[in-house]
Write a protein that binds this ligand. Structure first.
Ligand code: TRP
Length: 330
């Protein structure tokens, strides 16, 4: 029997190349070797977007379309929406006994995110829901007894927390859940066009769904330096090194090969033009696949409905066992 792989995306915006490098690429690669589940984390998205439910609603389609676009095949993989599986919420409550408030407050991912969401959590005054999202994420993964979780590098502390929760649960109630293993992409962290973390909120992202013109415009405007010589040096030339990362992602070439290819250029523009072309070649099959779903969104909703039914059945079965272990199987 295949091991179970589960991962999720918060539906708060379209997915970009940072998501691709960190996680989506691994999902595509791993979908044949694992029984794969892709969850739309709408409940988690609401923990820091409770003031904007329409945004979360609108992006459910977008994140599923992006996963489909990169080639995560709905014939092999199960797609579902977090809020449609009540057992996840139930398990979150059970898991909340397995973690202290101060452990969550010390979690590096949670801490960073609270800092970034200053407008919601004034003076560090975080909601119960947001502070607890690693607990609910543990439930997302473990209600299906998933073992393999492709995520962006920033999520690793959340998965370490998950394992502490599972270990405690197994100790008190008997071995129920397998340990989980986070899998991070080869390019663990792809920076944005300005060298900071690629992020929707920073306006520095190239999206899976960007048009040829959008890509061309973004690359044309990308910052460089005044040397007009192409080599990889993240300290000295962060902007150029970063654009070289994009080139590497699009072509699969090494930095040495890229340096060799552009050793005779006079101006960076020559590199930028080629980069635009390669990025657009790379994104072309994604755009084509995505178009089918944009033209017929019902296809996406049908995939999610099929997933809901399948996952619900599994959730009921696993929950019966969990409750038995916890002696609440009346
Ligand atoms: N927190 C994850 C992120 O921001 C999204 C997520 C929610 C997730 N539930 C999950 C990832 C379960 C993996 C497994 O990227």
């Amino acid at each position: 029997m295949k091991k179970i792989l589960l991962t999720g995306d918060r539906p708060t915006g379209k997915l970009h190349l940072g998501h691709y490098a960190g996680s989506l690429k691994n999902r595509v690669k791993m979908q044949d070797d694992y029984e794969t589940f892709i969850m739309v984390a709408d409940v988690q998205a609401l923990t820091d977007n409770y003031d904007n439910p329409q945004k979360v609603r609108d992006n459910v389609f977008e994140v599923v379309a992006d996963n489909l676009a990169v080639g995560i095949d709905p014939e092999k993989v199960t797609y579902f929406i977090q809020s449609q599986i009540p057992q996840i919420a139930e398990l979150t409550v059970f898991f909340s006994n397995m973690v202290t408030v101060s452990e969550l407050q010390r979690n590096p991912t949670v801490k960073t995110e609270i800092g970034q969401k200053g407008h919601l959590f004034k003076d560090g005054n975080v909601t119960f829901g947001f502070l607890g999202y690693p607990v609910s994420q543990t439930a997302d993964i473990s209600f299906l007894k998933a073992e393999v979780v492709p995520v962006g590098e920033d999520q690793m502390p959340v998965l370490e927390q998950a394992n502490r929760i599972l270990k405690k649960f197994n100790r008190y109630y008997g071995k129920t859940f397998p340990e989980i293993k986070g899998v991070v992409g080869e390019i663990a962290r792809l920076a944005g066009l300005d060298g900071r973390k690629m992020s929707k909120s920073l306006g520095n992202a190239i999206y899976i769904s960007d048009s040829e013109e959008e890509v061309a415009k973004k690359i044309r405007k990308a910052k460089t330096d005044s040397e007009n010589k192409l080599y990889y040096d993240l300290e000295k030339k962060p902007e150029i090194s970063n654009l070289m990362e994009y080139y590497k992602l699009a072509t699969g070439k090494s930095f040495e090969e890229i340096e060799e290819e552009f050793k005779d250029i006079t101006y960076y523009i020559e590199f930028k033009e080629k980069l635009t072309e390669e990025l657009n070649n790379f994104l072309k099959p994604f755009r084509e696949r995505r178009k089918k779903y944009e033209e017929n969104p019902q296809l996406v909703w049908d995939i999610l409905e099929r997933g809901r039914k399948k996952v619900l059945e599994r959730a009921e079965k696993n929950m019966a066992e969990i409750k038995e272990r916890m002696k609440i199987d009346y």
